[in-house]
Write a protein that binds this ligand. Structure first.
Ligand code: GNR
Ligand code: NI
Length: 168
């Protein structure tokens, strides 16, 4: 197991579109395990492979209080969505920023699991929001992209400064 480095906004690699996984083998399962470890350590409720510099359609999630309900989605697709919900979102790639983002309140998603078997999951509220947040990462989209340009400019400025400090 290994902790992976998380890319920070405005790193251009966060804007790459992730590629579909073609084969679920031991190498991919190791990546999934490392993503869970990295997500739990952060701590975060979700992580997309794009955030650890692997542009693949792989997501790990655990929205449970006890951190005991791991969910891995490979090549996820949203089959149906209903309603709207707005929660305050954060992102491990945009530390310290929390903003409201409108999302679908209920979704039905199809994906492959860690074993490579197809399954479907229905989600609402926080889990639905988290899945949509992670699926945006696969499209190279961040939650700050939903904000006004003025807000995003402020966030970008602050983030660039923080990133510079971190590399000194
Ligand atoms: O840890 C996270 N919390 C969170 C809170 C509200 C909505 C979405 C999220 S996902 C985020 C982890 C992350 O950056 N995943 O990409
Ligand atoms: Ni995120």
């Amino acid at each position: 197991m290994a902790l992976l480095d998380i890319l920070h906004y405005p790193d251009p690699r966060l804007y790459n579109k992730a590629k579909a996984v073609e084969r679920i083998d031991e190498k991919l399962r190791t990546l999934i395990d490392d993503m869970f470890e990295t997500m739990y350590a952060a701590p975060g409720i979700g992580l997309a492979a794009v955030q650890v510099n692997l542009p693949l359609r792989v997501i790990t999630i655990d929205v449970s209080e006890e951190r005991s309900d791991p969910l891995c989605l490979v090549n996820p697709e949203i089959l149906a969505r209903r309603g709207t919900v707005e929660l305050e979102e954060g992102c491990l790639s945009v530390p310290g920023v929390y903003e409201m983002v409108p999302r679908s309140e209920w979704i039905r998603v199809k994906a492959l699991n860690r074993e490579g078997d197809a399954f479907e999951v229905e989600a609402n509220d926080l889990l639905a929001v988290c899945i949509q947040h992670e699926m945006d990462h696969l499209e190279g989209k961040l939650f700050v992209d939903y904000l006004s340009q003025l807000k995003r400019q402020r966030i970008r400025k602050k983030a660039t400064k923080l990133n510079k400090q971190a590399t000194l």
